[in-house]
Design a protein around this ligand. Structure first.
Ligand SMILES: CC(C)(COP(=O)(O)OP(=O)(O)OC[C@H]1O[C@@H](n2cnc3c(N)ncnc32)[C@H](O)[C@@H]1OP(=O)(O)O)[C@@H](O)C(=O)NCCC(=O)NCCS
Length: 141
């Protein structure tokens, strides 16, 4: 099998949704960062995109095409960049690209993970609500 290559360029005109300095408590049995930790941050980062659209309450319905290209190490400064990929009636799809800065005193940056995440805007009853309502709410602010 070919070595997987990152499929998406980062839009550097936009700041990352979140940045995290990786800590020893987040490691797996081999001393690198546990994949589930990265997934958790991916989930949060993608949700920021939905919140910025004015959605107050979204739930994750699917995480697809998660690719862990490279390991993440303790001390890496990890940036979670997002890109809006599509908006449906009630759903919002976001690409999350994860980049690690290996040493804080260096410019070495590596794309370590990519994922496609879909969120659904829901009401107080937990049922899907049109994304259009988010936009209307935001425009009234
Ligand atoms: C998200 C949830 C409210 C959707 O309810 P539902 O009855 O399946 O709703 P629908 O079938 O009407 O689908 C709603 C939207 O989600 C999309 N969707 C549903 N399943 C999907 C999937 N596997 N992948 C991508 N999109 C999906 C639908 O296409 C639809 O989008 P659209 O309105 O933009 O066309 C429900 O599945 C749920 O509560 N899931 C648990 C969410 C959760 O707790 N997440 C945290 C995980 S710990």
């Amino acid at each position: 099998m070919d070595t997987p290559r990152p499929s998406t360029e980062i839009d550097r005109s936009q700041p990352p949704a979140i940045r995290v300095l990786m800590m020893p408590r987040e490691t797996n049995a081999w001393g690198t960062i546990f994949g589930g930790i990265i997934l958790s941050y991916i989930d949060q980062a993608g949700a920021v995109e939905a919140v910025e659209m004015g959605c107050e309450h979204v739930v994750t319905v699917a995480m697809k095409e998660v690719e862990f290209h490279k390991p993440v190490f303790v001390g890496d400064l990890v940036s979670f960049h997002t890109r809006l990929m599509g908006v449906g009636k009630t759903s919002i799809s976001v690409k999350v690209i994860v980049e690690a800065q290996r040493r804080l005193d260096s410019d070495e940056r590596v794309i370590v993970t990519e994922a496609d995440v879909t969120y659904v805007n829901v009401g107080p009853d937990g049922r899907p609500r049109p994304v259009e309502e988010c936009r209307k709410r935001k425009s009234k602010r």
